[in-house]
Ligand binder design. Sequence first.
Ligand SMILES: Nc1ncnc2c1ncn2[C@@H]1O[C@H](COP(=O)(O)OP(=O)(O)OP(=O)(O)O)[C@@H](O)[C@H]1O
Ligand SMILES: O=C(O)c1ccc[n+]([C@@H]2O[C@H](COP(=O)([O-])O)[C@@H](O)[C@H]2O)c1
Length: 200
Amino acid sequence: MKAGFPAARAGQKIGLLGGSFDPAHDGHVHLTRAALRSFGLDRVWWLVSPGNPLKSEGPAPLARRLRAAREVMQHPRVTVTDAEARLGTRHTAATLEALIRLYPGVRFTWLMGADNLAQIHRWERWPSIFAQVPVGVIARPGDPLWARTARAARLMRNDRLRRAEAQLLGGAIPPAWCYLRGPQVNLSSTDIRARGDWVR
Ligand SMILES: Nc1ncnc2c1ncn2[C@@H]1O[C@H](COP(=O)(O)OP(=O)(O)OP(=O)(O)O)[C@@H](O)[C@H]1O
Ligand SMILES: O=C(O)c1ccc[n+]([C@@H]2O[C@H](COP(=O)([O-])O)[C@@H](O)[C@H]2O)c1
């Protein structure tokens, strides 16, 4: 494996949680634990983003966000990585292409909160994301209709796994996605910054 990239074996099922993590919080931890429990994954990698291409304001320096994320997320099956900065990609479709090339035989699943399902149709080449990997979505406080009204959810409705099939997601052939409701954690980086607990 290239220096600086996490190790993985062919056949492993790895969930990818991309995010600004500006800063990381227990909502991210909650999503990660729920995904490990529910989607048939061996591991989760947190992809700490160099910067969300849709956010106009830049985040805190990457090294600081990585450090804070590693403090918040301590779990033997989770790795926090700056792989996206190393790959030189910012758009998820391109990141997935690069990771799939770099890790032949590894089964990646894209993970996100329900707020991002509602927006993903604005991401660059978003259908390519669903074509490349399964997608696991975890509920988040906010609009309870996110999953039903999201444009991507409507367009991809035939590829949605039912709750009872969630454990199959990590090994599914794309396109396949699954939305899990359940206990939710009402935390966001925006709120933490607004309280002054994290200054960029
Ligand atoms: N409380 C939460 N519950 C479920 N998913 C979450 C939660 N917080 C963040 N996520 C998900 O984690 C991923 C990374 O989120 P991000 O780092 O942008 O955190 P955020 O709290 O949404 O930040 P911001 O408020 O700055 O937009 C996204 O897919 C987001 O939907
Ligand atoms: O590919 C895109 O166009 C795109 C647009 C917006 C967000 N993303 C990715 O979505 C993930 C969540 O972003 P954020 O800022 O909400 O944490 C992160 O990995 C971003 O790179 C990707």
